[in-house]
Design a protein around this ligand. Structure first.
Ligand code: ACM
Length: 269
């Protein structure tokens, strides 16, 4: 399975240019699955709800989803891409998932970061796993990594790979993903963006270093902090089905959920 990320610097509000950039970057790329950054088509530093409203799109009808579906078909690739989703009068920081055959699903970011809380509703769906034949993949967006439950929920549902669309601004994720992959024995593709976005007195710098991480904490590929880059690995990810650490330990069978109930607020005794 050839899977990887597209790292680049989206330009705020330049939806068509950002799509063209991705098309150019993957023009000669041969991959089965590609992950694009969070909010890859719009940019990240919103400064008003009017901007969010103007740049969010309905999934399926919107031009970005339509273009992604065309790209998935012509390149024969599954795509996971971060976009802002308009749903009636609500906006969600989302990832749209498309296959060469068409639309598959949408994940709405569950753990919102920083000022995203001003602009977006938190996702109210589940962590879903998508079956692509030999492999299953799960989807999460950026700050979701901070909550181990996100990758655990996807891994317990049988995901081999976690597609992690990101706009990282803190330096911790790439190291943390080694632990997330190790504790779940899964693979992960963190697709980050680069560049500094400065708008109306607000500025954020994104850290690049998109990463493909393996089930025993190995880093297969890490991009540079500031380059346009497509990173691909060709790995048999079915190995993620084996959760056995040694002859005595299977990391899923050894879980003791009866002792974890207090983690769930509603079931506190
Ligand atoms: C983030 O969730 N964009 C840091």
């Amino acid at each position: 399975m050839k899977a990887g990320f597209v790292q680049f610097e989206p330009l705020f509000g330049e939806v068509d240019k950002n799509m063209e950039k991705v098309e150019k970057l993957i023009d000669n790329v041969d991959a089965d699955l590609l992950v694009l950054p969070e909010l890859f088509n719009t940019g990240y530093v919103f400064t008003s709800i009017d901007e969010v409203a103007a740049l969010s799109e309905e999934i399926l009808k919107g031009k970005t989803t339509q273009a992604l579906m065309r790209m998935a078909k012509s390149k024969d690739v599954f795509l996971v891409a971060g976009i802002a989703k308009k749903s009636d009068d609500k906006y969600f920081n989302s990832a749209v998932i498309v296959s060469p055959q068409g639309y598959i699903g949408t994940y709405r970011k569950i753990h919102l970061f920083f000022e995203e809380k001003l602009w977006f509703d938190p996702g109210d769906g589940n962590f879903e796993v998508y079956d692509i034949g030999k492999y299953k993949f799960g989807v999460m967006i950026c700050f979701d990594w901070f909550f181990p439950e996100a990758m655990r929920a996807l891994s317990l549902q049988g995901a081999h790979i976690i597609c992690h669309s990101s706009n990282l601004v803190l330096p911790f994720c790439q190291d943390a993903m080694k632990t997330r992959c190790l504790e779940n024995r899964v693979f992960a593709i963190t697709a980050n963006r680069t560049g500094t976005e400065a708008r109306n007195g607000k500025s954020l710098t994104f850290t690049g270093k998109s990463q493909i991480t393996g089930h025993t904490a190995e880093v297969f590929y890490q991009a540079a902090p500031d380059t346009d880059e497509v990173g691909i690995v060709d790995v048999d990810m079915t190995i993620a089905e084996n959760k056995r650490l040694n002859e005595y330990n299977d990391i899923f069978e050894d879980r003791r959920p009866e002792f974890y109930k207090r983690l769930l607020r509603d079931s506190a005794e």
